[in-house]
Design a protein around this ligand. Sequence first.
Ligand SMILES: [Zn+2]
Length: 455
Amino acid sequence: MTRAAVRWLAGVGILALAACGPAADPPALLLRGVQVIDGTGAPPTGPVTVIVRDGWIDGVVADSSVQPARGDRVIDLAGRTVIPGFVDLHVHFPPDSSVQDAMLHRLAEWGVTTVLNPGARVGSGVELRDRRAIGSPRIRTAGLILENAVGREGPLDWAVLVADSVDVREAVRAQVAQGVDFVKLYAGLGPDLVAAAVAEARSADVPVILHAGATGWRRAAELGVDMLVHAGYSSPMEELMDVPDPAPLSDPEWYAAYARAPEGRPFADVARTLMEREVVIVPTLSIMQAAAFADDLDLLASLRPELAPERDLPGWWGEGWERVHPQRGEVSGEEAALLKEVYWPALLDIHRAWWEAEVEMGVGTDVGNPWMTPGVSFHHELALYAEAGIPPLEVLAMATRNGGRALGLEEEIGVVAPGFRADLVVLTDDPSTDIAATRSIELVLVDGRVVVDRR
Ligand SMILES: [Zn+2]
């Protein structure tokens, strides 16, 4: 497919007005002859016709059982595969609204039809969510991230600093009043402050996201946190291991213990707690890979945005984008080797083990941070789960159905079935056996509108 053939159909809302008439049923869009991967992990079915009407999926039926009515549009898609639109559960937006719009445009081009902003950089995040344009990915948002004032020099432009549970409750109440969908907590918050935030957010029925640090994953799950983000450095490395007193990051023994973690009792205990408490984890493996391979310029070059003009990079990546990881330049050769050769394969193994233990996982990229690129990184993220040994259909379910569930939209998005929104991606290749086929995007529909057409 050629880039020039990509058509971005903005402003199609005017057409909807012209189409108003006395007919009982609005015209349908019929996607005919497609194989369907519905996003639940089930094997492909078809060929069938997917009937799209008024922004929703109206039917998934045998090709022979549907006759187009007058005004219906038929797209013949024999040999293609339709999947649900992707849900990226970790996209930060910079303050500049033109960059925000460019990011949303790229996300849709790569099939991402819903995103979660887990921590607005500036302001509430609600304004960006609510000024959504027709055909643009839908957004769910947290407000400014809550971080512990102790040990931080404020003010910060990405966080509201809280010193005690009174501060926490006040900050959560203010964000709820602004209309946030989630509350996001950061690494400095210990169990008391996490508990205060959960109590306040729960009273307003708002779920809580934690980037863990001072509170481990198991404790956070017990306290009622709904979503845990990031793997590796930002997640409970020590609580997964049989070593009571962790050694410095340069100690080979420490890495060996990390690699053994999935076989041990602590890992099984954490996994069972997460599973029982229905906590969703969003590992963001891509940015963990970029951090682990911080001295590997070839790998970093491979993460370079395919669609990113050089001038856009600082806008997308934010301040300090030229730095990949705080340790860059400070990592010894020995430690760099341990990161790449022991830590990184162990991290992939651990994620297969989470999946085997039936811990709910969703897909997020941490776009808005260095080396992550809107849309492109999402497909790289999917490839990493497949590399970890998770079957492609399960990876697709993580990227679609699980994303809908994580956002409380499980009856609306993430599945190709009647009654769900027509957020759809049509692929020329079949991703059920090769996850790389998710990149073979021919059509993208958001709310039933064709927003990308590369035919
Ligand atoms: Zn983030």
